[in-house]
Design a protein around this ligand. Structure first.
Ligand SMILES: *Cc1c(COP(=O)(O)O)cnc(C)c1O
Length: 377
C-alpha cells in the first residue's frame, strides 16, 4: 500500500507501514453473503466443533444480568481458578483478550527497535505481526520437516535477541517439540532472552514426551507459557487466554495490559470451562477419533499431509492451494490456505463434526476429481 492509497500512511509509525494484517478464517456469514451458499461448513479456524460445555454456557448467560458493570479488572476469580488448575500463584498469571493479547503484551514489554524476535519458518503468524508492530527485527530459523528446528533456532540467538517464540504444537503445521530437546534449548538460552512457549493446543496432544512447560516455570525464570480458552474449551467467541510466568515477568506484562481486557461473561465462562474437564476429555476424544478417520480418508484420496497433534491437519495438494480453496468455497466448505506461512501448496483443515468432515472429504474428492472416498450421506 502506498501514500496514494492511504494518505495517512505518512503519519503512521514507521513499523506500521510494512505491516500486513492477520488474515482470519473466512466467517460463515461472509461466504453466505458472497456466494449465496446455504449452511456452509467452516473448518478454517481450529475451533472446537462441539462448542463449549454446558457449564460455561450457563455461566456466560448468568452474566447477562450485570452487563452495566465493568468486569473485575484484576480478574481475581479467574486468576484464582487458573492458579488452582496449575498449582501456581495468581501473581504468575497474566490474563488476555485471547492468548493473542498476551503475545502482544510480551512483544510490547520485551521487544523494541534494535532487538530481535526469533521464530521458526511456518510458525504462527502472530509472532511476526507482534514483532513488526513494535519495530523489532524478525529472525526466522529454517524449519525441519515443517516443524521447529531448535538447533537452527539456537544458532540465531545473539546479544540482541529479546524474545524466542515456540508454538508447541505449531499452527499451521501441527508439529511439536519433545520435552528433552526443549529443556536443553531453554537451558542454553542467555538470561537476556525471554522464551514464549505457546501451548494453544496443549490439551489435544497425547504424545508421552510432549512437555507441560507450565511445570518448568521455577526452573526457567525467563519462560512465558501461554494457553487459551479458544480451542479445546470452545470459547473462541469470548476471547480469553492467559500467560504463566515468573511473578516479576507477569508484573511487567500487567503494566501494559488494558485493565478490562477480559470481559465479565468471558471471565465467568472461562472459570466454568476450567472446572468442566469432562467437556475437555469429550472434545479431545472426538478430535482423536475424527483425526484418525480424516487422515485415513485423505490417504485414500492419495493426499499427503503433515502429521498433526493438534485439532487440524495441513494437507499437501501438490499444486497451488488457492484455486482448490476457491472451488471448496463454492462447495460450501471453508478451509484455510496457508501460502502466507510459506506453504503455497498446502491447505489447513480443522477437524470438525463427523458430518462436517464427511462434507469436506466429499467436496475435496469432487474438486480434485479423485472419486469420492466417502459415501455421501
Ligand atoms: C489459536 C492460536 C492461539 C490462540 O488464539 P486466541 O487469541 O487465544 O484465540 C495462539 N497460538 C496459536 C499457535 C494458535 O493457533
Amino acid at each position: 500500500m502506498s501514500v496514494a492509497d492511504n494518505p495517512f500512511l505518512n503519519l503512521a509509525a514507521a513499523q506500521i507501514a510494512g505491516l500486513r494484517p492477520y488474515v482470519p478464517g473466512k466467517p460463515i456469514s461472509e461466504l453466505e453473503r458472497e456466494l449465496g451458499i446455504v449452511d456452509p461448513v467452516k473448518l478454517a479456524s481450529n475451533e472446537n466443533p462441539l462448542g463449549c460445555g454446558e457449564a460455561a454456557r450457563a455461566a456466560y448467560r448468568a452474566e447477562a444480568a450485570e452487563l452495566g458493570r465493568y468486569p473485575d479488572g484484576g480478574a481475581f476469580a479467574l486468576r484464582a481458578a487458573i492458579a488452582a488448575h496449575h498449582a501456581i500463584a495468581p501473581e504468575q498469571i497474566t490474563v488476555g483478550n485471547g492468548s493473542n493479547d498476551v503475545l502482544d503484551l510480551v512483544a510490547r514489554v520485551f521487544l523494541h527497535p534494535g532487538r530481535e524476535s526469533l521464530f521458526s519458518e511456518h510458525a504462527f503468524a502472530v509472532y511476526p505481526l507482534a514483532t513488526a508492530a513494535v519495530g523489532a527485527t524478525a529472525r526466522v530459523a529454517p524449519a525441519r520437516d515443517h516443524g521447529h528446528d531448535l538447533d537452527a533456532m539456537g544458532a540465531l540467538v545473539n546479544e540482541r535477541t529479546g524474545v524466542v517464540w515456540i508454538a508447541n504444537p505449531n499452527n499451521p503445521t501441527g508439529t511439536w517439540v519433545a520435552a528433552e530437546p526443549l529443556r536443553a534449548f531453554l537451558s542454553a538460552l542467555p538470561d537476556h532472552c525471554m522464551a514464549v512457549v505457546d501451548e494453544a493446543y496443549f490439551e489435544y496432544v497425547g504424545q508421552d514426551d510432549y512437555p507441560d512447560t507450565s511445570l518448568w516455570l521455577d526452573q526457567f525464570p525467563n519462560l512465558i507459557v501461554t494457553r487459551t480458552f479458544a480451542k479445546v474449551h470452545g470459547l473462541a467467541a469470548l476471547r480469553v487466554g492467559y500467560g504463566l510466568s515468573h511473578p516479576d515477568v507477569a508484573e511487567l506484562l500487567n503494566r501494559v495490559r488494558h485493565p478490562f481486557n477480559v470481559n465479565a461473561p468471558a471471565q465467568a465462562a472461562a472459570i466454568a470451562a476450567l472446572g468442566d474437564q469432562e467437556h475437555v476429555a469429550r472434545s479431545v476424544a472426538h478430535n482423536r477419533r475424527e483425526m484418525e478417520r480424516v487422515s485415513a480418508e485423505l490417504t485414500s484420496l492419495g493426499l499427503s499431509y503433515i502429521p498433526s497433534v493438534g485439532n487440524f491437519v495441513t494437507v499437501d495438494l501438490d499444486r497451488p492451494a488457492g484455486p482448490v480453496d476457491q472451488a471448496l468455497l463454492r462447495e460450501g466448505v471453508i478451509c484455510r490456505p496457508v501460502a502466507n506461512y510459506g506453504l503455497p501448496t498446502h491447505l489447513r483443515i480443522s477437524i470438525g463434526l463427523e458430518t462436517e468432515n464427511d462434507r469436506m472429504l466429499a467436496a475435496l474428492a469432487r474438486v480434485l476429481d479423485r472419486g469420492s472416498a466417502v459415501t455421501p450421506k
